[in-house]
Structure formats: structure tokens, C-alpha cells
Design a protein around this ligand. Structure first.
Ligand code: BGC
Length: 424
């Protein structure tokens, strides 16, 4: 790189967390929770309706075969991360990443109500210790949408009385791993979970009930607050937050009354409502960025038709910048980008996405925004919930027949860029 270009760079602090994210259920394999029960019951139906759901995508011809097979919708052996985690951590090192956001699977730790599985508790202890040994900052994510079947059968987060079970899990995690961990994310995307599971009915438990949505969302606020209190009481130094899905929401026609009104309401309801409720119980603001959305009329989303990711999502990576500024202006707390990435099987957009995301962070940092870390979604190709295996988010491609891992070119590029961008 020419010297002048280098000088123009805003460098990232040496302790900046350059990381990747996964969730336990999406990579481990061999899970048994409310999602695995649901996916086995719905795989055939999902396969049958694939064309209706994905037929409009430009890559339909390419994904058709896989998307029309029930097996696509079953997590099964995952990408065997449960057994291969040491090798996967070596990949993090190869990519010059110094941090890793990972999940624990509650249903492994407490397969039956009140019964802890000591072997699984040891598993995650070894897992975390291995990360430390390799000098990779472990960022523990407690809940990423999956719950044990017994908890779901009791009504899950819809019932206030059930929150005590989550408190107990948090106590356990605090006692077992708290001394090994500096960063904890209690909840992943409560907004998506409540709306897809309880409002839109697309995910388990497939309710379409406004009141249920509100209850679940409200209870998740309490879940976080209680978890925060428990963890900070045991480990006052621990940094605790959430990872909500925040979008760069903009008016399609600036200054149009309805477009502005929809935009402002959506920003408040989708982005800020949850963070505002927990403003005193978060040490950092954690968020996942995937979307820039333009609103018009009465809550109508109308995005440009291009460029689109494999999943048909409109891509505007630079939308991270206004979002960072807004978050900083509101909360003045260190920010962690807990997820950010793109479904891109041919790796044609990921490098551009990464470049733009880095520029967005540099612009924000130059204006005084404190960013502590960036975690790309995802380290590995993984199980994309109700869409199954065809979407490819991995920096590392995985062949699920052989479980062979292959680093994608964009990830190699990022590895080099990180060394250039880190202050020595
Ligand atoms: C979720 C991930 C998911 C990713 C890509 C995020 O909303 O936290 O679990 O795989 O988006 O869709």
C-alpha cells in the first residue's frame, strides 16, 4: 500500500477486538432443543414451499436443488464445531482475529429441569480455556434463541414465572465460568425473536399474537436486567450487554411527512425501545448490523433493488456509519458490533462489504465514537434457522460431507487488512 494511503488510515487501538461470531446451535451439531424439535416437524413443509419463498431470488436456479430438499432444514451434525472447536480456533488465529463471540447451548447444560450435566459444563470450560490459551478474547453469548424443550413446554419467555429458570442458568454460568470471562452478551436479538416467533409466526413457536409478542419482548427486558444484576454482583468487573439487531432506518423521501413519521417510529420501536429500557444495565452497546431500510408511506419498506445478497437482502454496508453515530449520541457508551456480514456463496461481495464496514468504523472513530470491537458473522458457514443450510455467511466455507474447512479469499484479505490497521 502507498505510504500516503497508509497515513490517511485511522488506525484501530491495539486492544480493539477483531473477531468473528457464531451461535452454538448454528454450528455445533447434535443439539436437542425447541428448534430441533420444530425443524424436524417442519422440514418437509419448508422444502415444499421453497419455490414460493425463494423463487424470486436471482440465484434460485442455483439453490433450488438444495432448498427443495427437507435435509436442508435440519441442523443435524451442524458443522461439527462441538468436536472440532480447537481446529476452528486455529482458523481464528490464521485470520488474525483476537476475539471470538460464541454461544453456550442451555439444553446441553440443563437437559432436564434442575439437572446439570457435568460433562457438558466441563466441555464449555475446556472450550473457554482453550480460547484463553490461544490468546483469543472469549465473548460469551448466553442466549441465541434456543431453549431446552422442557422450558419451551412450560411456555418459554411468555410466562413471567419462567424467568426464574433463566436466572438459575445465569447463576450457574457466573459461578462456573465468570472468572474466565470479561465480556458477556446475555441475549441475542430479542427484537427478531419476538417478532418472528410470536408476531409473524415464521419461527417456533409460530404464534401470530400481538399480545404474546409484547409479553415475550417485555419479559426479555426483565431477563436481561436480572441477568445483569446477577452477573455484576458476582463479578463487578465483567462487561455485560446485549446484541440487538439494529437497522439504519431512513426515510425514502426525506421531509415527506409520512415517510419521516414511519422512519421515526420504526427507529424508536425497532432500534431504541429495548436499549432504552436497559440503559442502566449495559456496560457496552452491542448490536448486529445487516440492514439499511428505507421507509415510505405507512410503515412500508421500499429498498433499492440492487445490490442484493444471496438471500435477497439489500446491501448497504456503509449504513453502519450513521447508525454508529446515532448510537453514540444516545448512549455515550463503548460500542461493540456483535455481528455484521453477508450471505455470499461466491464470495463476490464480502470483501467490498468488509472494506465499507471498516471505512464506516474509521469515520465514526474519527468523530469520537468509541468502538471496542467488530465481530464478523460468521466464522463458519452455518445453519441459517428456518432457511437452513443453503445461505453461506462464513468467512470459512464448510463442506458438510467431509466437514472440510476452506478460508474464503475475502477473509484472507481481512486478515492482512487487520495487521495494517492495528497500532503497534
Ligand atoms: C442472527 C444470526 C443469523 C444472522 C444471519 C442474525 O440475525 O443473530 O443467528 O444467522 O442474523 O441471518
Amino acid at each position: 500500500m502507498p505510504e500516503d494511503a497508509k497515513d490517511a488510515d485511522i488506525n484501530f487501538a491495539k486492544d480493539f477486538m477483531w473477531g468473528a461470531s457464531t451461535s452454538a446451535y448454528q454450528v455445533e451439531g447434535g443439539n436437542h432443543n425447541q428448534w430441533t424439535v420444530w425443524e424436524l416437524a417442519h422440514a418437509s413443509e419448508l422444502a415444499k414451499h421453497a419455490e414460493k419463498k425463494y423463487g424470486h431470488l436471482p440465484n434460485w436456479a442455483e439453490i433450488k436443488k438444495q432448498a427443495e430438499q427437507p435435509g436442508n432444514y435440519v441442523s443435524g451434525k451442524g458443522v461439527d464445531h462441538y468436536n472440532r472447536y480447537e481446529d476452528d480456533f486455529k482458523l481464528l488465529k490464521r485470520l488474525n482475529l483476537n476475539a471470538y463471540r460464541f454461544g453456550i447451548e442451555w439444553s446441553r447444560l440443563e437437559p432436564a429441569e434442575g439437572q446439570w450435566d457435568e460433562a457438558e459444563i466441563d466441555h464449555y470450560r475446556r472450550y473457554i480455556k482453550k480460547l484463553q490459551e490461544m490468546d483469543i478474547e472469549p465473548v460469551l453469548n448466553i442466549w441465541h434463541w434456543t431453549v431446552p424443550v422442557w422450558f419451551a413446554e412450560k411456555g418459554g419467555f411468555k410466562k413471567k414465572d419462567n424467568l426464574k429458570y433463566f436466572d438459575r442458568l445465569v447463576h450457574k454460568l457466573g459461578d462456573e465460568y465468570g472468572h474466565l470471562i470479561r465480556y458477556v452478551i446475555t441475549l441475542n436479538e430479542p427484537n427478531n425473536y419476538a417478532s418472528f416467533g410470536y408476531q409473524l409466526g415464521a419461527w417456533p413457536p409460530q404464534e401470530k399474537n400481538f399480545l404474546s409478542t409484547i409479553w415475550v419482548y417485555w419479559h426479555l427486558v426483565q431477563v436481561h436486567k436480572r441477568a445483569y444484576k446477577i452477573l455484576k454482583h458476582k463479578h463487578p468487573e465483567m462487561q455485560v450487554g446485549i446484541a440487538n439487531q439494529l437497522a439504519n432506518i431512513q426515510a425514502k423521501r426525506p421531509h415527506n411527512f409520512f415517510d419521516e413519521l414511519s422512519t421515526k417510529l420504526m427507529r424508536y420501536l425497532w432500534n431504541w425501545w429495548f436499549h432504552r429500557r436497559i440503559r442502566k444495565q449495559q456496560d457496552f452497546i452491542g448490536f448486529n448490523y445487516y440492514f439499511t431500510d428505507y421507509y415510505t408511506g405507512v410503515f412500508k419498506r421500499e429498498n433499492p433493488k440492487t445490490p442484493l445478497s444471496d438471500m435477497g437482502w439489500y446491501m448497504e454496508p456503509e449504513g453502519l456509519y450513521p447508525l454508529l453515530l446515532r448510537i453514540w449520541a444516545r448512549y455515550k457508551k463503548p460500542i461493540i458490533i456483535t455481528e455484521n456480514g453477508v450471505a455470499d456463496a461466491h464470495d463476490q461481495y464480502r470483501r467490498w462489504w468488509l472494506e465499507e464496514s471498516i471505512v464506516a468504523m474509521q469515520r465514526a472513530i474519527s468523530e469520537g465514537v468509541k468502538i471496542k470491537g467488530y465481530f464478523h458473522w460468521s466464522l463458519l458457514d452455518n445453519f441459517e434457522w428456518a432457511d437452513g443450510w443453503w445461505p453461506k455467511f462464513g468467512m470459512v466455507e464448510v463442506d458438510r460431507r467431509t466437514m472440510e474447512r476452506k478460508v474464503r479469499p475475502s477473509a484472507k484479505w481481512l486478515a492482512e487488512r487487520i495487521t495494517e490497521l492495528t497500532i503497534e
